[in-house]
Write a protein that binds this ligand. Structure first.
Ligand code: MG
Length: 153
């Protein structure tokens, strides 16, 4: 996918208007000089969880996968499941139907096994790497954020 320079110029003009035309607007800095006739946006790698994410609304996620792919980005199922299990016929069938790959982490933290730009997952705790898990734990202790607002006292 490419963005025409005229579209980019229109966006930059709007940013300039925001910078100077709106009282109290946040300053937006555009650091990149555009010299090409076209701007190539980054191809994004999406990691999509299967259980309780894709399966929570398969029709919706099939449409989301099509939309993401239509922008030239990639989507991969990244699941906590073990790929050697015999019960993977459902994820395999959906991967074939959606024409996407599967990464089985077999219980390993997903970010240890796959590098994604964007994660779509109902269990973000299965994504975070070991070092960030430790920092998150330390941050919760420092902030005395031991119980969430939604937990019963
Ligand atoms: Mg899940």
């Amino acid at each position: 996918m490419t963005i025409q320079l005229s579209t980019l110029n229109w966006c930059l003009a709007k940013l300039n208007w925001c910078k100077h035309g709106m009282a109290g607007a946040t300053m937006v800095s555009v650091k990149t000089r555009i010299s090409n006739t076209q701007f190539q946006p980054k191809v994004l790698i999406f990691a999509l969880d299967y259980d309780e994410t894709f399966t929570a609304s398969p029709v919706l996620f099939k449409q989301i996968i099509l939309l993401i792919k239509s922008f030239g980005h990639s989507v991969t199922f990244v699941t906590y499941r073990d790929g050697l299990r015999a019960e993977n016929h459902d994820i395999c069938a959906d991967a074939v139907a959606c024409d996407i790959d599967i990464v089985f982490t077999a219980g390993r933290q997903k970010s240890h096994v796959f590098q994604a730009d964007i994660w779509l997952d109902d269990s973000p705790d299965t994504i975070v790497g070991f070092d960030l898990l430790g920092k998150t734990y330390d941050g919760c202790l420092t902030q005395n954020d031991i119980k969430g607002d939604f937990e019963e006292a």
